[in-house]
Write a protein that binds this ligand. Sequence first.
Ligand SMILES: C[S@@+](CC[C@H](N)C(=O)[O-])C[C@H]1O[C@@H](n2cnc3c(N)ncnc32)[C@H](O)[C@@H]1O
Length: 207
Amino acid sequence: MSDSIGKDFPDWETLYKNQRVETMPWYNENLDSDLQEELDKRRISADEGKKFLDLGTGPATQAIMLSKRGFTVVGSDLSEAAINRARTKYANEPNVNFIVDDILNTRFKDGEFDYIFDRGCFHVLSPSDRIKYINKIQQILKKQNGMLFLKCFSDKEPRQEGPYKFSQDEIRALFGKPFKIHSIEETVYQGTLDPLPKALFVVMTNK
Ligand SMILES: C[S@@+](CC[C@H](N)C(=O)[O-])C[C@H]1O[C@@H](n2cnc3c(N)ncnc32)[C@H](O)[C@@H]1O
């Protein structure tokens, strides 16, 4: 098992084996509205035949909604239980594949993806794994214009528990050199918690 699981988090495999995904705090059956708006704003469409990675796909809702927009999608997760569930539930969905993969030791090819969506994976990694994560993302994303959409908790979120909460400055310090950051928005993380946790939505391209 990787040491990537934040200390406040359970073992992901045990979690996905024992809990219904619909009850998980991050469960959102719709496409994340910040991603949806960004795709619309940038006129990013599947017509171009582009390949999307939904990194840390978990319940796989984001991967499915992206595939319904016509993208060729890979949903990856550390947890075999999460991937097995997604493969079974969405067996008849075209354009989507589910693969067990630890981003920190990824087996994806260099430059394999045009777009990566990380909705809640980066913020659960141990701080010591962050640079490795960034290097791996740079590696598997297309060099020119490969785009990373990152959603993580914001330091404006008052709850003590949960994943690490990033300030905009921390995101700039971590991602600003390897990536060109286009925008960092203060937003919320849609899921089953009330009120919805405060989050950052970051759009950046590979340098
Ligand atoms: C907060 S959940 C978000 C799930 C999903 N992205 C969503 O929005 O519904 C974080 C996910 O990241 C996965 N994960 C954690 N560490 C990972 C790693 N090193 N590589 C790939 N996935 C990882 C977990 O198994 C979990 O499914």
